[in-house]
Design a protein around this ligand. Structure first.
Ligand SMILES: C[S@@+](CC[C@H](N)C(=O)[O-])C[C@H]1O[C@@H](n2cnc3c(N)ncnc32)[C@H](O)[C@@H]1O
Length: 211
């Protein structure tokens, strides 16, 4: 089960952000670059709230109790649930954010369809992920089987995520990227650049054209 390591090692997961502070801050700025500046939104797979809290997102969905508890201490209201079955009405939100969560869900197609369903006309899905074809992505994939967290992960390329979004009906895709070095070589906050193909952490935004 992809949530099992998060249940058992939530604090260890959360500690990664302290150990890799510059990588974290770079990812945070990349997400911020494409996140709608206002509106009602949710982070799905909110984890410990490391993104939702500084981005001002008050609502999260998370299946792991231990992760959710930490997010709650950061002021987020967490609904226990899964990306594949969002506990929200049709056309009820302005944006859905997922950060490093699409690689853990059991059914990514259903997860993206659910994001589409709950978004209002013109609403946006924003997905941050480690590009499988990047330096860090290849390293994660190589070491996947020995990683507590990534053992059951399924990493995607930027093209695969783009395909998933367009097939579901999302339009006007835009991309930004960051993390241009190996994790152990990152010495400061890295720039956020348009597009994908060079940075290991990619964020894509797609818009729902209308209900
Ligand atoms: C790598 S963590 C990312 C957490 C947070 N978004 C962050 O970036 O720090 C992946 C999260 O996805 C959650 N997850 C696993 N399967 C899920 C599913 N089907 N629906 C929603 N979240 C899921 C895990 O419990 C975990 O908290």
């Amino acid at each position: 089960m992809p949530t099992e390591p998060f249940d058992s090692f939530a604090l260890r997961y959360d500690g990664w952000f302290e150990e890799h502070r510059f990588a974290y801050l770079s990812e945070l700025e990349a997400v911020r670059a494409l996140l709608p500046p206002r509106g009602e939104g949710v982070e799905v797979g909110v984890g410990t709230g490391r993104f939702a809290a500084p981005l001002g997102i008050k609502l999260g969905v998370e299946p792991s109790k231990s992760m959710a508890r930490i997010a709650e201490t950061r002021g987020i209201r967490v609904v226990r649930g899964r990306a594949e079955e969002l506990p929200f009405d049709d056309c009820s939100l302005d944006y859905v954010l997922m950060v490093t969560a699409i690689c853990f869900v059991d059914d990514p197609v259903k997860a993206v369809e659910e994001a589409y369903r709950v978004l209002r006309d013109g609403g946006a899905v924003v997905i941050g992920f480690v590009d499988r074809n990047s330096q860090i992505g290849r390293e994660y994939e190589r070491n996947r089987k020995s990683s507590v967290f990534y053992r059951d992960a399924h990493f995607f390329s930027a093209e695969e995520i783009a395909d998933l979004l367009t097939r579901t009906g999302f339009r006007n895709l835009s991309f930004v990227q960051t993390l241009f070095h190996r994790l152990d070589e990152i010495r400061g906050v890295e720039p956020v650049k348009e597009g994908y193909g060079r940075g290991s952490f990619v964020v894509v935004r797609g818009e729902k054209p209308g209900c």
